[in-house]
Design a protein around this ligand. Sequence first.
Ligand SMILES: [Zn+2]
Length: 207
Amino acid sequence: MGGTSGQGRQAGGTPRAALADLLAGNRRFVSGQPVHGHDVTAAAAASGDQQPYAVVLGCIDSRVPLEAIFDQTFGAICVIRTGGHVLDRAVCGSIEYVVGQLGVPLVMVLGHERCGAVGAAVDALRTGQRPGGSLAYLVDEIAPAVTEAGIDDPAVHPLAIRRHVRRTVHTLREDDLLAGPVAAGRVAVVGGLYDLATGEVALLDPG
Ligand SMILES: [Zn+2]
């Protein structure tokens, strides 16, 4: 893709280059000038090999399609989405595979404003009513971020969204198979926040 894809696309690229590529894609998306928007065709899908340079873990929210908001073509990024980007073994195993087997140097955890999954955890803690079924698992996994943010804080929802991203980043950095590459600097795990109003992705400091 010529000048639109940088060093992060090369095998063995650095986390820094991968992050620069990802954020450059978001800037193209925000500016209304995506270069891959027209590539959403079967022909484009069949045209290339897989050489992903990043894996993005995001929420299932229908307003946050990850390939689109980073203006990425087929084969460029691996995407995992769960409610409130909650981790489980399948998610961690998938990230371990992408990092360990495909050599991807960057993992981004992307939260977003007005996240309904985080809202459900806030509601559950406020009312004391834990949902049934497997939804309880999502709420339980997000609840510590809500507690840290402070259930009585008027801004608990946006604060908990940020806390939850940071907690997810920390958990992944300590993952059995990720901790070594992270400590060696071969892999970076970063947190980001998507603004539904502007389309911008902002990096969150580790906090
Ligand atoms: Zn969400």
